[in-house]
Design a protein around this ligand. Structure first.
Ligand SMILES: Nc1ncnc2c1ncn2[C@@H]1O[C@H](COP(=O)(O)OP(=O)(O)OP(=O)(O)O)[C@@H](O)[C@H]1O
Length: 310
């Protein structure tokens, strides 16, 4: 449905996002997990056409939408980290204002506002000024504002950071409702592993501007059974390499993927070196290796040597 291809963003000589690719299929709920400063917000800004990438592309149903913000904004609802509400207006008035920006009006807008206020659990407070709201309540209204035009895709940028547990629960429920009841495609960014595990079926892990691991929850969990799933990105396909890998004892399964191979193998300390040596023998370059493990925290630790909250 929407895909990011090799996105790159450099701020004053410092690379914030480097060669980031991912996709969202229709109706999926996908997590983008990474510590502060990993490049999640910058990536989202590029996907939602608020920021122009230095390189790479964003495609909606296969069509490039870089430089065509009107195309992407029709289908996308973005909930930014910063609260973008008028403090001197009530929650209801804010939603009415934002609805107007989407050219919604009359009974249609009224019904949407009331439905969304109910969804975020703030119907009874709608007449109160935003400046009297807690941080969590403001964020819930921010979410409602991003949903007024019924976007097919919703991107949420760390919506639960620094808020009270009640608001957090309302936000998590809203994401579930959006995805499971309404079939909305969701990209949910967070540095809270448990949220992403609860809400998302597929997860990308980001660090230092790069996607360092990705997979479905099932793939991520498979390792618990004593096996690793390795995704190799190769510079070219090779039947000979596949044949050789099939003869290696720890490897149970070798499958060809779009740009490389997927291996399922018994956990073994020297597996990676065996794979790398086999590739070298066949003059194949391994561009990246993704190892899928059951705990996302473990994957992160394994790849970066630190935890997500360090
Ligand atoms: N406008 C900007 N100018 C200069 N540097 C920036 C700008 N925006 C982001 N950066 C830098 O790019 C890197 C990635 O930041 P980004 O906000 O995308 O990370 P993040 O994963 O969303 O983290 P956080 O949750 O803290 O926002 C950081 O080092 C940040 O300081």
């Amino acid at each position: 449905m929407i895909e990011a291809l090799e996105l790159r963003k450099v701020f004053k000589g410092k690379t914030a996002v480097d060669d980031v690719s991912f996709y969202l299929d229709e109706g999926e709920s996908v997590g983008l997990l990474g510590p502060n400063g990993a490049g999640k917000s910058t990536t989202i800004s590029m996907v939602s056409s608020l920021l122009k990438p230095n390189a790479g592309d964003v495609r909606l149903h296969g069509t490039s939408v870089i430089g065509k913000p009107q195309l992407i904004r029709q289908v996308l609802g973005v909930v930014p980290q910063e609260i973008a509400l008028y403090q001197e207006l009530s929650a209801y008035e804010n939603l009415k204002f934002f609805g107007g920006l989407y050219r919604l009006k009359g009974i249609q807008l009224e019904m949407k506002i009331q439905k969304l206020l109910e969804m975020v659990g703030l119907s009874d407070r709608q007449k109160e000024l935003i400046k009297t709201y807690s941080g969590g309540m403001k964020r819930r209204i921010n979410i409602a504002a991003a949903l007024l035009h019924d976007p097919k895709i919703v991107i949420m940028d760390e919506p639960t950071v620094g808020i009270d547990p009640q608001s957090r629960n309302h936000i998590l429920d809203t994401v579930r409702w959006l995805n499971r009841e309404k079939g909305t495609t969701v990209l949910y960014t967070s540095h809270y592993i448990e949220e992403v595990e609860q809400l998302c079926s597929r997860i990308y892990i980001m660090d230092h501007g790069r996607i360092i691991a990705s997979g479905t929850k099932e793939e991520l969990r498979r390792i618990l059974s004593g096996e690793d799933t390795l995704l190799l990105q190769l510079d070219k396909p090779s039947k000979e390499l596949i044949q050789e890998l099939r003869t290696l004892t720890p490897i149970r399964q070798v499958e060809e993927t779009e740009n490389g191979l997927k291996l399922i193998a018994a956990k073994q300390s020297n597996l990676l070196s065996q794979v790398v040596q086999a590739a070298e023998r066949h003059h194949i370059q391994i561009i990246s290796i993704h190892v899928h493990t059951p705990s996302l925290e473990d994957v992160f630790l394994h790849l970066t040597g630190r935890t997500l909250r360090d």
